[in-house]
Design a protein around this ligand. Structure first.
Ligand SMILES: [Zn+2]
Length: 1113
């Protein structure tokens, strides 16, 4: 009917019959009802009505019938339909529609409730037009609306008129979309009024329709102010060589800005998101298929020979009698790094040479690894034997076997420690001893407190695999930080052991977000109740914390990866926290790591990190931050654990100061969580995710190196290059030792294909380091699968591409304030040395015909669940972009899908459904894309691990812990083995060996393998789930200006018309009490339906801005 011109015909009829001197309402009313029905379904209806002059006619008709309920209500319905188009609404406003409506709805009266409902609904629609909102402000309607709101809210005690109250709030919501509206609203005490009228309903779910609009208004009108910081830029600056390129890249989401545009627009933004994403896809066939010529000279490449010693070393020292004659003490001739300066830049070679320990390492056996212990406490260790390095490869145990509880626990706790757990007094003893102050209150000073450490360690021996506090302390001396950190965080030194339990994702309680926002609004309404006591601040260092103060918590973060900038006590048990921007940056606040002490046990402390930047976070979907308690650790539970409740993440009222560098007006987000500490007067550390410092990596590599069975494992730790901050970036080579130095054996070694794995280019993604830890430990382990992998491949591993970022507590950047994973197209040796030399090494391998089989870059993902890959496919990209290119003429090896398919089967946390193989323009300079296109690695991947957890597979519903992350790293290696099995180049010998090994593991691998078969059959529902977040119990509203959301259900008007018809049929024209029961229940039903539908949609829509299927890498 609409397409055949039905709307026009109806409108014309309306105009004609209404313009007669005395219109026949017996015709007009049914005509209007029909018009409303049709109009709701015709997008162009408002425009047509305007063109046919139906607007004027309708207004005149309404004015004529102000006292005739039934006629009037029909007019109102029609007006509502006309006004659904914003430009038409503006026209109605110009012609006096709002004055008319105000006459109808004021003053407060319960008589004619049906009419009032219809009128407020029209008004709400009209006010979507900004010019109407301005008119309403100018005429003082806002005060009138507030008064009406108060009247209805206070008189409607039995909640019979929710619809009217809701429409009034919608009116306020639209008016406050404009600046002057917000100002008048504030001047009229709007915040106080809405706060007090709504507070009592907070816990009442049936009042959702009201509360959520109130919350939106309150958040929007909360006066914007800049963060309580002296400057937006990082507290630390570092003078970098050369000019800072173009300054920090400001990739700011346009949603982050308040919009108060003047012009009227009809919103029709249905598919904008997807369009934008697809616009980012690379569709230039040339760019997709051509392999650029790399601009490296032969000479430049030659420097990387030194990083591939395995190809040239002759293993002279290997006894040709296949090693039988080797005593374990004998140096097996693993080339010591000290002998080689692998530093590719001529300028810095002197520095580089000294980086590795100069002391020779005669460490094959014995309790200690150091002939000449750099610190005196090493002797203590030696004498007490409390800590030993003894970690026979057999003890490491294959991670793939970690299902075996018994083996696991034996690995975790030595009998020695287990015994001491049962002695409760000693834990407190330590804390009450005289060392308490040095020990508990000031972390561990590198210089003075090592002895304390030794004493404590003596009393509380523990055995964490591949961790040794002394090694950590020694290594920390070599770590160079911009702030020159002198203190070590206790958890880093003491070590973390995965707790013996898994932690489920936090179930989100309904109404948490609104309760938190109300608490925030309360600060505005009752500023006198806000303490505002700065208890920690880098900028105001004169604010020395009194150590005796008991009325507030003490904070600090002056240690590696720490980055707290300021802490403000706002209520007795509530603190606002600000984290430091990345060094030389004005942004990237997301990662945090700090120490807190002086707490009371069992009290709920609320922490608000108020300067977060991402638009959404897994903190809204079950993720918890991590905590490490020193007292717990001393009692034998050295665990980082997920803690916190009442967690949510939302946009707050802080905006970047316009005077500040960077992006003025940029929004900030609050992460709020509450923690109940386990002990009084404890020292606890809180972090965004399980910390993993650069020093931890260096210590780990040392321990790994000394743990390996040198007869079997070729383990080479070299320096790839120096970072800008003067820290060596390690490069690790792992393969099997040749059986002998016979040319056959050497030949076999030199022909092994390469696998290149890198991680932690983004410092805030500590999960990537835990995955890498698992990879490294597995590769050197005595697991036969690891053995076969070593015999088959040479692994080149760069475990931390951005050491400086990690050390200085950055979230994303290098010391130049650059995202290093956007520098791969043309890195410079001077500015991005780690990227430059990693690329150089890859290029070198390529130039000698040894292009890696797989290149993988480990990352962490803050918005999605599971572990998954990003890869590169020409065809998938072109298909997704809807390109017209004939893809059948492009030949593409589909082998890029094999590894993710394998991992999907064998790795519990891995989900192939989350993978994407699209090549985006915005990712053109990432490792994955550059290594794929320029180096020609078909299987070039980014592996993303969720900060949160899994929504599929055996770990469904669980948060990922370090154990699961390490397991992922180990299983990744298994994936490489299986990939080789499937490859054409797979030798029959390898096949036989691998099959035998895998058969022996069948029972263990079995349940993972089963996943595959179970999955492929009828899993359409899981497919759906993986793309988006599961529905949240309450609407999570990140943006305060959601003017585009559908507020009036298309069926609501139909419903009203039907109700009216019923009323007419009964002949009850008089409405004494407004709405009768029958219609009330139906209308309520509609409200609730409406809201459930919304709550299902909103997480998706709000997420879609950041969580594209590709996400950020
Ligand atoms: Zn990343």
């Amino acid at each position: 009917m609409i397409s055949k011109g039905g709307s026009e015909a109806l409108l014309q009829t309306l105009v004609d019959s209404a313009r007669t001197a005395s219109p026949d309402y017996n015709i007009l009313l049914p005509l209007l009802r029909l018009l409303v029905k049709v109009g709701q379904r015709d997008k162009e209806f408002g425009k047509k009505a305007l063109e046919l002059e139906a607007l004027d006619v309708m207004l005149i008709l309404a004015r004529k019938n102000l006292s005739h309920n039934q006629n009037l209500i029909h007019c109102l319905w029609a007006l509502q339909v006309f006004a659904s188009r914003v430009t038409t609404a503006a026209m109605l406003g110009i012609n006096g529609a709002m004055e008319l409506l105000f006459k109808v709805i004021t003053p407060y009266s319960r008589k004619r409730a049906r009419i009032i409902r219809a009128a407020t609904e029209v008004l709400a629609v009209l006010l979507k037009s900004k010019s109407n909102s301005r008119r309403a402000v100018n005429r003082g309607y806002l005060n009138g609306l507030l008064r009406l709101h108060q009247d209805w809210q206070s008189h409607d005690t039995s909640n019979d008129f929710i619809q009217i109250r809701r429409s009034l709030l919608l009116c306020l919501k639209h008016i406050t979309n404009i600046q002057s509206g917000r100002e008048v609203f504030l001047g009229a005490q709007g915040m106080e009024i809405l706060f007090t009228t709504t507070q009592k309903y907070l816990g009442n779910q049936s009042m959702d329709a009201i509360i959520s609009i109130v919350i939106q208004i309150l958040r929007k009108c909360y006066p914007k102010c800049s963060l309580p910081l002296a400057t937006a830029s990082s507290y630390y600056s570092f003078s970098v060589p050369g000019n800072m390129s173009s300054g920090p890249p400001c990739t700011i989401n346009k949603d982050d800005f308040e919009e108060d545009g003047e012009e009227e627009e009809d919103e029709d933004s249905d598919s904008e998101e997807t369009k934008e994403e697809d616009d980012d896809l690379e569709t230039d066939l040339k760019k997709l298929t051509s392999k650029p010529v790399l601009g490296w000279t032969e000479e430049e490449l030659k420097q990387y020979e030194a990083m591939c010693l395995e190809l040239s070393h002759n293993f002279q020292e290997l006894n040709s009698k296949s090693g039988d004659g080797l005593s374990s003490e004998e140096d097996l001739g693993i080339p010591q790094c000290t002998y080689f300066c692998n530093i590719p830049t001529e300028t810095s070679s002197k520095r580089h040479c000294q980086e590795r320990d100069q002391s020779p390492r005669g460490l094959e056996t014995g309790d200690t690894n150091f002939q000449d212990p750099p610190l005196k406490q090493m002797k203590i260790m030696k004498s007490t034997g409390a800590i030993t390095y003894e970690m026979a490869p057999g003890k490491i145990g294959p991670y793939l076997l970690s299902n075996d509880q018994e083996e696991d626990s034996s690995r975790r706790e030595s009998p020695n420690t287990q015994a001491s757990f049962k002695e409760p007094p000693w834990g407190t003893e330590v804390c009450s001893c005289q060392n308490k102050n040095t020990f508990l209150s000031s972390s561990i000073r590198i210089d003075e407190t090592s002895e304390t450490m030794s004493n404590v360690l003596e009393r509380h021996p523990m055995d964490i695999p591949f961790h040794n506090p002394y090694t950590y302390i020694v290594k920390a001396e070599g770590t160079k930080s911009v702030p020159d950190f002198k203190v070590l965080a206790f958890p880093d030194v003491w070590g973390h052991h995965s707790p013996p339990f898994s932690q489920p994702m936090l179930e989100r309680k309904c109404g948490i977000q609104r309760a938190k926002i109300f608490e925030d609004v309360q600060r505005f309404i009752h500023p006198e109740k806000v303490m505002g006591r700065v208890v920690f601040s880098l900028d105001e260092s004169w604010l020395l914390q009194s150590t005796d103060a008991t009325e507030y918590l003490k904070f600090s973060s002056g240690f590696e990866s720490g980055n707290l900038r300021k802490a403000i006590q706002v209520r007795e048990f509530e603190y606002d926290l600000l984290i430091n921007a990345d060094v030389n940056c004005v942004q990237h606040q997301q990662w945090f790591y700090f120490k807190v002490s002086g707490m009371k046990a069992a009290m709920p402390y609320r922490f608000n990190v108020i300067n977060c930047e991402k638009v959404n976070s897994q903190f809204n979907y079950g993720m918890q931050p991590t905590m490490y308690s020193v007292k717990e650790a001393l009692q034998g539970r050295p665990h980082w654990v997920r803690v916190g409740y009442d967690i949510c993440y939302y946009k707050n009222h802080y905006r970047q100061n316009s005077a500040a560098a960077g992006a003025p007006g940029k929004c900030h987000y609050t992460l709020t969580f509450s923690v109940t500490f386990p002990h009084n007067e404890d020292v606890c550390y809180l972090a965004y995710h399980y910390p993993y410092t650069y020093t931890a990596l260096m210590a780990h590599l040392d321990l790994l190196e000394t743990s390996v069975n040198r007869k079997k494992v070729y383990f080479q730790h070299q320096v790839l290059c120096q970072t800008l901050g003067g820290n060596p970036c390690p490069l690790v080579t792992i393969t099997a030792m040749p059986e002998s130095n016979s040319s056959d054996h050497l030949q076999q070694l030199r022909q092994r294909p390469y696998q290149v794995i890198v991680a932690r280019v983004h410092p805030g993604e500590s999960n990537a380091s835990w995955v890498m830890k698992g990879t490294l430990e597995f590769l050197v382990s005595s697991d036969p699968i690891a053995g076969l992998l070593r015999e088959s491949f040479i692994f080149k591993i760069i475990p931390m591409l951005n050491p400086d970022g990690v050390i200085n507590g950055n979230h994303r950047c290098s010391l130049r304030g650059e995202d290093l994973n956007r520098q791969w197209l043309s890195p410079s040796a001077q500015h991005q040395p780690t990227i430059y030399h990693t690329k150089g090494l890859l290029h070198y391998l390529n130039s000698i015909g040894r292009t890696p089989v797989v290149f993988c870059d480990f990352h962490g993902h803050s918005q999605k669940k599971n572990v998954f890959f990003y890869g590169c496919s020409i065809k998938e990209t072109l298909w997704q972009a809807g390109c017209t290119v004939d893809t059948s003429i492009i030949s593409e090896d589909v082998g890029y899908r094999t590894l993710p398919k394998i991992l999907d089967k064998v790795a519990p946390a891995f989900a192939i459904n989350s993978c994407s193989f699209l090549v985006e323009k915005s990712r053109a300079s990432t490792a994955r894309v550059v290594v794929w296109r320029e180096i020609g690695v078909l299987r070039s991947y980014t592996m993303e691990s969720s900060y949160c957890g899994c929504n599929q597979g055996p770990y469904k519903g669980l948060q990922l812990g370090t154990r699961e992350l390490e397991e992922m790293g180990a299983t990744f290696c298994l994936g490489l083995l299986l990939l080789q099995l499937k490859s054409l180049t797979c030798s029959s010998q390898f096949m036989a060996q691998a099959s035998a090994l895998l058969d022996a593991r069948k029972d263990i691998l079995g349940h993972h393998l089963q996943r595959c078969s179970g999955k492929s059959s009828g899993s359409s529902s899981t497919d759906m789930e993986l793309d988006d977040e599961p529905p949240c119990m309450e609407e999570i509203d990140y943006s305060t200006d959601c003017s585009s959301d559908e507020e009036t259900d298309i069926h609501e008007l139909d419903q009203q018309i039907q109700e009216m018809a019923l009323v007419e049929a009964v002949g009850d024209e008089e409405e004494k009490n407004g709405i009768d029961n029958r219609s009330l229940s139906t209308s309520e039903l509609y409200v609730s339906k409406h809201w459930t539908r919304k709550s299902r949609n909103s997480p998706q829509s709000s997420e879609s801005t950041e969580v594209s299927s590709r996400g950020k890498i």
